[in-house]
Design a protein around this ligand. Structure first.
Ligand SMILES: NC(=O)C1=CN([C@@H]2O[C@H](COP(=O)(O)OP(=O)(O)OC[C@H]3O[C@@H](n4cnc5c(N)ncnc54)[C@H](OP(=O)(O)O)[C@@H]3O)[C@@H](O)[C@H]2O)C=CC1
Ligand SMILES: O=C(O)[C@@H]1CCC=N1
Length: 334
């Protein structure tokens, strides 16, 4: 069955043909039976459209395409808790400039159909819409002529900072189901972190599908909408904050005579290793204590960090970015 089970696209030619063929397959020779099963699988697989495909659209599509080619993953068609999903098999990307069109065509080499200024046409052809424009553009995109009809019965996944479910709902027909996702750029290398917020109307198939999509390209966590601006600051913006920290570590190494390349590798791998220990369940304070030999160099360095108010600076960074994420939602209604 298609992932978006209530989709009116089930009345499309593709679906009607698949239904007729499915009815006659039990009476056919075995090889033809399997050929037809394959045809049905392809016909029923949903189409995913990145409506606004810049930095994040590219990161998500690249990660998903890589995951579909990954033969090492245990079961590529299930969520981590074992729900089967109907994986997308066709991909579209919408942009509005020639420069971006050229960039996407060079990058995806035919794996994604790239469409310039054809948003309505692309949405009509799709089942899952990944909205990836700037928040300020989304009202214009969703309320464009013909878009309401094109969105009927589709699943809309918005990655926009600040733009709320109720704003998105007000620009979509009732039959469109809406999810907010807050991913980050490491999705491109399948090491992302995505927070998901679903409308109450979401079906369990749709929930499984979004969980599958973002689990293919990193970790996915469901939260309530009241938490998404903080998640935007922490995981959406987080790669920028982490990169600045690692760059500063490397600057220190360079100051003390390391080459830039060596210093950056030491900084990044040290942060990656520490992050993995924390994800494995170790408390950061215990990791810090274990490294700090009494009278040693670590505690000496830690005191210098505390002199620079590292903790309140970092925590206030998240507070500041969260407040800005909330403000971005107000811009999207203008
Ligand atoms: N960057 C990040 O790390 C993260 C960003 N986000 C959110 O993701 C969204 C996108 O961010 P990001 O990828 O950085 O932004 P980009 O500017 O890189 O991408 C936006 C894309 O939208 C396209 N676009 C703009 N207007 C239209 C239109 N009318 N029709 C079709 N396409 C259009 C642009 O096309 P063109 O280039 O042709 O103008 C561009 O490809 C934002 O809402 C942001 O809040 C969320 C998490 C992380
Ligand atoms: O800076 C921004 O607004 C977007 C949202 C999270 C990351 N980038």
């Amino acid at each position: 069955m298609p992932a978006v089970q209530h989709s009116p696209r089930r009345n499309d030619f593709r679906y009607r043909t698949a239904y007729v063929v499915q009815s006659i397959t039990p009476f056919l020779p075995v090889p033809i039976f399997f050929l037809i099963r394959f045809f049905i699988m392809v016909a029923e697989a949903p189409t995913l459209c990145a409506l606004g495909c810049g930095t994040m659209g590219i990161a998500i599509l690249s990660g998903i395409l890589d995951s579909l080619k990954d033969t090492t993953s245990a079961d590529g068609a299930s969520t981590p808790d074992g729900h089967k999903v109907n994986k997308p098999a066709r991909f579209l990307a919408c942009i509005r400039s020639d420069k971006s069109l050229q960039k996407l065509e060079d990058l995806f080499e035919g794996e994604v159909a790239c469409m310039k200024n054809k948003n309505v046409e692309a949405v009509k052809q799709s089942d899952i819409i990944l909205l990836g424009s700037k928040p300020q553009m989304c009202k214009e995109i969703l309320t464009a002529s013909g878009m309401r009809e094109a969105l009927e019965g589709k699943l809309l996944i918005s990655i926009l900072a600040g733009t709320t479910l109720s704003q998105l709902r007000s620009w979509c027909p009732e039959s469109t189901h809406v999810v907010r996702a807050m991913p980050n750029t490491p999705c491109k290398i399948r090491q992302g972190m995505t927070v998901l917020v679903c409308e109450e109307e979401i079906t369990s198939d749709e929930r499984s599908l979004v969980q599958w999509m973002f689990s293919q390209i990193g970790r996915a966590m469901f939260l309530e909408e009241k938490n998404i601006d903080a998640a935007t600051a922490l995981c959406g913006s987080g790669p920028a904050f982490a990169a600045v920290f690692m760059e500063a570590l490397a600057d220190g190494g360079v100051m003390m005579g390391l080459t830039r390349a060596a210093a950056l590798e030491l900084a990044a791998q040290t942060c990656q290793g520490t992050a993995r220990m924390i994800l494995d369940g170790q408390h950061p304070a215990l990791i810090k204590d274990a490294v700090s030999t009494p009278g040693g160099c670590t505690i000496s360095g830690l005191l210098a960090l505390e002199d620079g108010k590292i903790r309140s600076t970092v925590a206030r960074t998240i507070q500041d970015a969260t407040e800005r994420a909330t403000a971005l939602g107000k811009l999207s209604s203008k």
